[in-house]
Design a protein around this ligand. Sequence first.
Ligand code: NAD
Length: 359
Amino acid sequence: MARKVTLIPGDGIGPEVTNAAVRCIEATGVKIEWEEVIAGQLALEQTGELLPVKALESIRRNKVALKGPIVTPVGTGFRSVNVAIRQALDLFACVRPAKTYPGTRSRYTGIDLVIFRENTEDLYAGIEFEKGAPETKKLISEIEAYSKKQIRPDSGISIKPISESATRRIAEFAFEYAIKNNRKKITAVHKANIMKFTDGLFLAVCRDVAKKYAGKIAFEDAIVDNMSMQLVLKPHNFDCLLLPNLYGDILSDLCAGLVGGLGMAPGANIGDDTAVFEAVHGSAPKYKGMNKVNPVAMILSGALMLKYIGEVKAGLALEEAVRDVLTEGKHVTYDLLATPNDPAAAGTKEMADAIIEKL
Ligand code: NAD
């Protein structure tokens, strides 16, 4: 019987890359019944809602989704649909492998990192107070009274909650993943020297969880600014990174840059019994409808999905097919070539066709 999976094509380049991923997943022979739902700009136009209830219900029912990127306009009233999905379904673990493949243009070879980003709290909690609003003024005077520190009256405020319980579950998830996947070391990344009660708590809980795994998985920690430099200089010194939400977001893109760019970085958002698979990249609006961008991030997200639903052989075969096409370098998109305007660049669809040929 076919496995039901929710499919959200998303905005911008989303429909092109999800289409490529769906075709590749189907070419592995695994039977999937896609339940397509809309979210994002198209949903806003058709239903007046960015994240229709139908979309969330579909993911809740099927427990697995493949999702294209969805836009979040900067600095407007819109909250991110992507963050809303993760919070509504409590998909607390964001897992993002960053791996170099032969034939990919990147500064390094042999990189094999896994990022574990806490997905439900931190500055992404969406608790914000707008400059000048009456509740902001009230909040400022309360905080001033408690902290004995001044906040400028023309400030906006974003709240950064980090809890022991949410940190413990992402840390335990990361260590369990590390054990199951034969990884060696976890580095917790933080700014505990400055934010003692949030990042300090994150670090203390990670250290506590690490004790349970002593002798099996090595543990260390690093301050996020130093970590950013170390990753650029010596990425091979690291194995798994465990981070709160915001640093996880930023270092995910840094790590994507280490392995050939956003076109190469897949991801998964995983909860207790539900998971949404999506690339690290966004909707890249300037490339919308051009059949130009790299489908690999989304296809590799599909391979992660196959493994998650128990189709491990198919997931590995899909990764292998991607690897073969990248190694040959004949049917690859512009971002993988030395000059972006190289007329030999393959389109999104043609690169997916080449991957399907290898399956
Ligand atoms: P982006 O990731 O969409 O694109 C930045 C640049 O990266 C592109 O201009 C392109 O040069 C490159 N790029 C991205 N994907 C690529 C691919 N598959 N192949 C080749 N090159 C690729 O980031 P942005 O422009 O900052 O964001 C655009 C929109 O996407 C925003 O509204 C943002 O909020 C949203 N976004 C959504 C998600 C998500 O859905 N999970 C993630 C990040 C950003």
